[in-house]
Design a protein around this ligand. Sequence first.
Ligand code: HEC
Ligand code: HEC
Length: 347
Amino acid sequence: MKRILVVATVFTFVLLLNSFTEENPYFIITKKDVELKIPKGFEQPAYNFKTNPLSPEVFVLGRKLFYDPILSKDQTISCSSCHQRIAAFAHIDHPLSHGIAGLIGKRNVAALQNLIWKDSYMADGGVNNLEVQPINPITNAIEMNESLPSVIKKLQANKEYVAAFQSAFSDTVVNSERLLKALAQFTGLMISSNSRYDKYINHDEKFNESETNGLNLFRAHCENCHKEPLFTDNSYRNIGLKPDTALNDSGRAIITGLQSDYMKFKVPGLRNVEMTYPYMHDGRFKNLKQVLDHYANGNFFTSNYDHSIDRNKGLTETEKADIIAFLKTLTDKEFLYDRRFADPNFR
Ligand code: HEC
Ligand code: HEC
């Protein structure tokens, strides 16, 4: 009898212990989770992971880094402080980004989605490679204000990270190349391609009348820049926004030095646009109605604005509402709630 009791106690104890240490399946990343699937209708991506082979361990390391303030100087700001999952990794409600020590940035936080199809990043295209992109926020004085050597030192001194690097790369070397590759796997797999619009295109979903009108209007008025299926042609355009004299952001001209590039900004992909408010490089418009009013009012500033937007002048209230109804079909709940991109600190 006593023996049975001992065995039973040990058994319960082991069970209990297991339930504490076992990983929540929600956060487990398998080989299948990191397969790169090119959605129907999308072209081959610019960044293809050839020199950064996708693996669950590297992806998990990237996820850990993305959600960890260890990347900032005073350990207060993580990538996810600015890039919120529920906003397609943009930042709801902040026109301009908020960085270290409460400092306010110069641009609206960009959504992170379908990045591997981009040939340049940032509103001015100042970065041309997904892998080097994180150096920018990490070293930016008003974002994370850190240096790569110092980040690497902190990671090397951290047992959990040494183990995570080892499981990702088969040895304990912690260096910036590996750090950047891991972040590129995590952000590069943020692919949005399962919105109602996609289902409509694949004949799995119907649009109502307003959405159908909206799509037709969109194709006539907006498509030349916001090209399907990514809703960007990756070009830089000036859409006649009034220059903000306080921010003094000249856009693409900062990079090229050309007067003709003044106030040109990268055409943003509009997927999940319902969730990524406020809008434009400086977050000046609070909602989609204000964006449509801008295009329809025809009150365009600066001489080099792109005259193809002139055709939007005079869009009626109903037409604007239809376009907005269509834009909302680009919301992709499967992406916004994709467990692979959830914060692992809450497991
Ligand atoms: C302080 C806020 C802040 C932090 C922290 C931050 N970002 Fe960003 N991120 C931004 C802003 C703002 C932009 C848009 C900048 C621009 O257009 O000039 C951006 C742009 C990007 C882009 C380019 C998106 C595109 O389509 O062009 C990527 C990728 C990115 N961030 C990844 C990261 C990663 C990875 C980290 C962590 C290492 C990070 N960010 C940390 C604010 C932040
Ligand atoms: C001449 C090219 C062009 C045309 C035509 C155009 N856009 Fe844009 N659109 C842009 C550019 C460039 C930006 C980014 C400007 C900035 O960041 O300041 C933008 C920004 C936007 C944004 C804000 C996205 C964000 O995440 O901040 C929305 C929404 C939008 N456009 C919708 C439309 C709609 C709807 C139409 C048609 C009525 C349209 N656009 C026509 C080039 C264009």
